[in-house]
Design a binder for this molecule. Sequence first.
Ligand code: FAD
Length: 329
Amino acid sequence: MVQIFLEDRAYDCGPGENVLDALLRQDVALSFSCKKGICQSCLMKVDAGEVPESAKEGLRDTLREQGYFLPCVCRPTTALKIRRPDDAAAYIPARVLALEPLAESIRRVFFEPSAAFQYRAGQFVNLRREDGLARTYSLVTVPGQEPYPGVDVKLMPGGRMSNWVFDGLTPGTTLDIQGPNGACTYVPGRPDQPILMVGNGSGLGALAAIARDALAQGHTGPIDLYHGTRYPAGLYLRGELSHLAKTAANFRYHPCVSGPEAGDGQRPARADDAAFADHPDLTDRRIFLCGLAAMVNGAKRAAYLAGAEITDIYADPYELQDLRHDRAA
Ligand SMILES: Cc1cc2nc3c(=O)[nH]c(=O)nc-3n(C[C@H](O)[C@H](O)[C@H](O)COP(=O)(O)OP(=O)(O)OC[C@H]3O[C@@H](n4cnc5c(N)ncnc54)[C@H](O)[C@@H]3O)c2cc1C
């Protein structure tokens, strides 16, 4: 058992327990989302004590240098004095500019950050509502191609943030944003390397933006993008991607429908199954995976077993909030 000091109070952290779970168990109200060290929405800062290096993985250097760490994957072995993030360092206000319906259950939200915001297509941000509810969304715009950053939000039945985005959010609202985070982006170099992209649901937005970014940066190797949904109505950006496939000779778009209603030109399969059937040997291929965590984590393993180098696999699993503590954030 070690002690955690936060805001002049001491809390216990049990053997093997992470800092976030320990604080939630003792009724500290905190923002969090995935609880797997991915989304960074629970970010905190250490003032004294040793935070394991593994609790800083994936953080930007500027945040690491300031003592930030991820409490959801921090299992301390010594006492820690910690504090909530300085909002000025971690979150900045952003004004919602427009909400664009892309499909019945997908809405694109464009926003204007109040300070300089440099990002790459495919990175992600945490959006925080006034009441502290925070969720993670991938950036689906390409700097230089679109004037403002945007994210695609998929409506989740009973989901708190996504239902609010559909029913309560209006242009002009100010949200807080933290980020950009993550490394699921196109890195220039090896322009002839074949690229395979696999996504489901709202994972398409990030993949489409990464593909546009790659093409704009002169990528010449083939880019195959597989998007999967259960019903044809979930296939969005079809016009944009079909147009891209006509104008860029090395880009191919493969819409997939896993339910029984696949229409003309749609593969009656899951996107990952179709992609791996078409490309059984992934040696020397760059892979991008975005969407629901079960698909992304399974496809990551499958890609590695099919010959892709682990350093060539860029994956963002969209972990939903851990619901063990559904009273908080
Ligand atoms: C790196 C990353 C990137 C992401 N990018 C995107 C993106 O680009 N687009 C996108 O749409 N999403 C993305 N997500 C997921 C996103 O952060 C949210 O998890 C998602 O929008 C759902 O949030 P919500 O508040 O609407 O749902 P939540 O309220 O968190 O609920 C999630 C699901 O759990 C169910 N649920 C809620 N409470 C309970 C309960 N007590 N018992 C049982 N079930 C319950 C809900 O019905 C819902 O289906 C990403 C996640 C990560 C980690």
